[in-house]
Design a protein. Sequence first.
Length: 319
Amino acid sequence: MRGRDLVLNLIERAEKGDKRALGRLLTILEDVNSDTAWVLELLANKSRGAHVIGVTGIPGSGKSSLISRMIRVLRDRGYRVAVITIDPTSPLSSGAILGDRVRMQEHATDPGVFIRGVSTAGLLGGLSLAALAMVEAFDAMGYDKILIETVGVGQSETEVMHAADTIVVVTMPGAGDDIQALKAGVLEIGDVYVVNKSDKPEASKTYEFMLFVAEKGEIGRKSAWKPPVVKTSSVLGMGIRELIDVIEKHLEYLVVSGEKMQRQASRRRLLVKLLAEKLILDKFNRVAELELSNLRSLENFYQEALKIARLTGEELLKL
């Protein structure tokens, strides 16, 4: 970390709308270390209760184009919008393949929109520690709607359930086999279901199927909220306002039922868990590298590594 004074300065400037300062603050949060916790504490004190919307679903269903359309409607309604696009990490460079940001560049010059891409850093659930920290930053900086787009890799996407207030699950016409395969995973976590690309053939058939399984209670969380199914077309701009309307209705439900606070607490528990895991692993690696580098041979490597793990664990239990 670059020091407390710098962080405080960046937060102050970002609160005034300085997007470069916000960008630097997000970069600091991506570099997770022992100082990250106090930065998150500062941000938590400025929390404004932003509405966090997770967008997940079948690969190829047009999530990025749909989000771009959603941004337009949300901006028309006066909301400040932040978007976190979570991309898979390249196994060769460890860098994120940030294709989604390219599709949303039409909003790049809008002062009320901030788009940031992060990598999964190898997390199977499609979410990263950095992304959760960024949610806290965008919330503290006064963004009303925070959209999280996940990589769309199937059942592992259920981790987004712990990060978002409203989960939008996107499918498309002709994806019957994919829908059946996902019924035991990502389709079970949705608050709103979208049949995108509904200008395509078979859209009505897919829509009727989604309505059927929704009405039978085969998809969606077990709660008083009955998840609606919405038809959209990112190409034609069809159904986008209707989608935003039902998302807003779900927010009203969350506030009245008290689930909004519960979901925020769930998201923060996951953030703290991932932060603790990262710091523990980093400390173990540092100690292991130092201690094991002194070995003259590899014969005792396993025994020494277990000793380091035990000592590290005992130290942590003292906290």
